[in-house]
Design a protein around this ligand. Structure first.
Ligand code: MEV
Length: 313
């Protein structure tokens, strides 16, 4: 039996932010996603009993482990899995997708399967479904492939994406607090709105698609004015989908008053915290000062980072 720590396999997967298109992406609209330089690490080694050492979501890790082992016909394998993370949980930074991707990839490596990103992504998507019910698959795809992605779910079995290249440095992330709701609950909330008033909601989703395309052009030309306008438009549309709390809206209006723009970058939250907001301003200091005044954590992240990778094998 391999009990030596030296035999430990470690892989990591990045968190993400959605630059445009969250929620609409569940309805087949495109999204622009970026991998960030905050990662989740999973180590796997053989053991005499099954153990998961984590401060993350042990249930999800357990499900991921059992799902992958079953897929490869090894349900009785005994493993010690250790998980550590730099990604805040449940704030819109893709912590659960990174967990699904890294656990899957770690087990692929442990079982000596080829490190095939397409297969890892497919399995991570199935694990994400367990967590969120009806995810788009965008979060696990960006965590797998990294960089910047244009992503669109055409149908359950066809998800198209293309790598993009941008040089984006004028963003600051501000944490408005962990939402009380889960991503699954937020996605369900939009579904209820859609079922109640289909025409009106479809119109909002179509408008979000327009802002996503407009943002792509704005990034491509590095047109700061258009970036600011588009993020503001995107935020207003997300507010119409009722995924942002009054608390977060107030912060965002404050940023706009100072000449910037901001939006949520995940599922959002209605009660108090809406998770991380992506804030843009030609002078980043303005954003840090505002966050300090409001007593909210603010930080910079690098965008377009590497996807899932082997750290040690
Ligand atoms: C969550 O990070 C993004 C949502 O669009 C849900 C999804 O894409 O599965 C809200």
């Amino acid at each position: 039996m391999k009990e030596d720590v030296e035999d430990k396999i470690t892989v990591s997967a990045p968190g993400k932010i959605i630059l445009s298109g969250e929620h609409a992406v569940v309805y087949g609209k495109p999204a622009i996603l970026a991998a960030i330089n905050r990662r989740l690490f999973v180590s796997v080694r053989q053991s005499s009993k099954n153990e998961i050492i984590t401060s993350e979501s042990p249930k999800l890790a357990e499900f991921a482990r059992d799902f992958v082992l079953k897929t490869f016909g090894k349900p009785r394998e005994k493993l010690r899995i250790e998980i550590s993370s730099e990604i805040s949980i449940g704030c819109g930074m893709g912590s659960s997708a990174a967990l699904a991707v890294a656990t899957t990839a770690g087990l692929f490596k442990y079982l000596n399967k080829p490190f095939d990103k397409e297969k890892i992504n497919e399995i991570a998507y199935e694990i994400e479904k367990k967590q969120h019910g009806n995810p788009s698959g965008g979060d696990n795809t960006i965590s797998t492939y990294g960089g910047f992605l244009w992503f669109r779910k055409e149908t359950e079995f066809l998800k198209l994406f293309k790598q993009l290249q941008f040089d984006l440095t004028k963003f600051v992330l501000i944490n408005t607090g962990r939402p009380k709701e889960t991503t699954g609950e937020m996605v369900l909330g939009v579904r209820k709105l859609y079922d109640k008033n289909r025409l009106k909601t479809e119109k909002i989703l179509n408008e979000i698609e327009k802002t996503t395309k407009q943002l792509l052009v704005a990034f491509n030309q590095m047109d700061e004015k258009l970036i600011r306008i588009t993020i503001r438009e995107n935020e207003r549309l997300l507010e119409k989908l009722e995924v942002i709390s009054n608390f977060a809206k107030k912060i965002i209006r404050g940023i706009e008053k100072l000449g910037g723009a901001a939006k949520i970058c995940g599922a959002g939250g209605k009660k108090k915290g809406s998770g991380i907001i992506l804030a843009f301003h030609p002078q980043k200091d303005v954003l840090f000062e505002l966050a300090k005044k409001k007593n909210l954590p603010a930080f910079e992240v690098k965008l377009g980072e590497e996807g899932v990778r082997i750290e040690k094998s």
